[in-house]
Design a binder for this molecule. Structure first.
Ligand code: CMC
Length: 391
């Protein structure tokens, strides 16, 4: 082979050509299939965006209705999966549960590995879009010790997830339009982000021709980490800690700047955005609106705003072009909706699902080769074996 260049973290290495998401980190632009994220968040619904990402075009009314109907037909998970949910301790981290359950679906849907035709692929896509919200809801209900149940196919996709999550036994469930709209918008903003860590994972696992569900399960594990999707949970825990500490933001700013301290300002910085994260801008405005509409006053929102203001005026953050990212304000909205902190990254996964699917599908349709990076070997050169008695 030729010369191997090492690029830790793939900071300057492209892994594929893609026609799904355009991102200009210098200008803070994010577009799905050419449509700006601002416009989609304002005007589209999550399922429309899912269709757009996966199939490349905004759906007509007929296409949208058929897509939704096909997803609804698949919205039942084999009842045996409940036994797997049962086996987890209540204290299990929801991301570990979600990744396991997604992997478990391969056992109940063996045909989901078929990609011989567009139809095969379509079937896997609607299957996972139908079943994933059930897994998300069951993960939360397990945590809360609530009975596991299926949704209501008369509801919209996002309404249905919320009902499955929060319906209490023997109580009528009332939808809150503010929460439905806010979640819809958040899911759209999380739906794709080109070749990030979890998406690259989905593509690389899928490149070995492992099936869609197995690839997604790996992507969920990648998303879990606090440097990636897990940051939304870490942000809220950080804001809570600051509040407990009497609101001393300066102390945490100092810790984040201290190179001998591993603490980072969670929800700040991004590999690609070096100006601002357009998603964070929308989510910040949305946090104000949603908390206002729900009549929630959360001192944590003020701490977050204070921290942002300080960071944007601090030369450490300014010089390194560190700005609030998508995870900085999202948790405040999830919390106002009644979603527990350790479920935040699960909500991110629910939003990212269409993006992962779209990227996996593109990778398979383009018949990309197996992902297999090279290395530069820096270990010992050739050595002779030493018997144990002589070591
Ligand atoms: N707090 C303090 N310093 C930081 C931070 C931060 N949040 N982020 C980066 N830096 C510093 C870093 O120490 C380095 O300084 P120096 O040049 O003096 O060594 C410089 O900024 C560049 O950082 P890097 O780690 O080389 O940048 P990266 O592109 O490898 O990492 C990142 C990007 C997002 C992992 C990182 O900014 C980070 O850890 N942020 C906190 C976690 C977070 O919010 N993650 C969510 C990312 S966005 C959505 C998602 O993926 O889910």
């Amino acid at each position: 082979g030729g010369v191997i260049t090492i690029d830790p973290g793939y900071k300057n290495t492209g892994s594929c050509e893609s026609g799904i998401t355009f991102l200009d980190g210098e200008k803070g632009i994010l577009r799905y299939r050419g449509y700006s994220i601002e416009e989609l968040a304002e005007k589209a619904d999550f399922l429309e965006v899912a269709y757009l990402l996966i199939f490349g075009e905004l759906p007509t009314k007929e296409q949208h209705d058929k897509f939704h109907a096909d997803i609804k037909k698949q919205s039942v998970v084999d009842d045996d999966v409940r036994k797997i949910v049962d086996a987890f301790p209540k204290s299990a981290h929801p991301m570990g549960v979600l990744s396991s359950l997604t992997s478990a679906l391969t056992a109940f849907n063996p045909s989901s590995v078929n990609v011989d035709s567009e139809e095969d692929m379509y079937n896997s896509v609607v299957k996972i879009l139908g079943k994933f919200p059930v897994l998300v809801a069951w993960t939360l209900r397990k945590k809360h010790g609530l009975p596991l149940d299926y949704g209501d196919n008369n509801l919209g996709y996002v309404e249905n997830v919320l009902k499955m999550m929060f319906k209490q036994p023997n109580q009528e469930y009332v939808q809150n339009k503010v929460i439905v709209d806010a979640l819809d918008k958040l899911l759209i903003l999380h739906a794709d982000h080109e070749q990030n860590c979890s998406t690259s994972t989905v593509r690389i696992v899928g490149s070995s021709h492992a099936g869609l569900f197995a690839s997604l399960s790996a992507g969920i594990s990648a998303l879990w980490g606090p440097l990636h999707g897990g940051a939304n949970q870490a942000v809220l825990e950080m804001l809570e800690a600051i509040k407990e500490d009497g609101g001393d933001t300066k102390k945490y700013m100092a810790k984040a700047k201290d190179k001998n301290d591993s603490f980072r300002l969670m929800g700040f910085g991004h590999r690609v955005y070096k100006n601002f994260d357009p998603r964070a801008k929308i989510i910040k405005t949305s946090a104000d609106e949603v908390l206002g509409d729900l009549g929630v006053e959360d001192p944590i929102l003020d701490i977050a705003k204070g921290l942002e203001k300080e960071a944007l005026e601090d030369s450490y953050f300014v010089d390194r072009k560190l700005y609030p990212n998508v995870d900085f304000y999202s948790g405040i909205i999830y919390r106002a909706m009644g979603i527990p902190t350790d479920m935040f990254t699960v909500m991110f996964a629910l939003g990212r699902l269409p993006g992962w699917i779209a990227q996996w599908r593109e990778m398979r349709l383009r018949k990309e080769p197996i992902g297999r990076p090279r290395q530069l070997y820096i270990g010992e050169t050739h050595r002779s074996f030493v018997p144990m008695s002589k070591r």
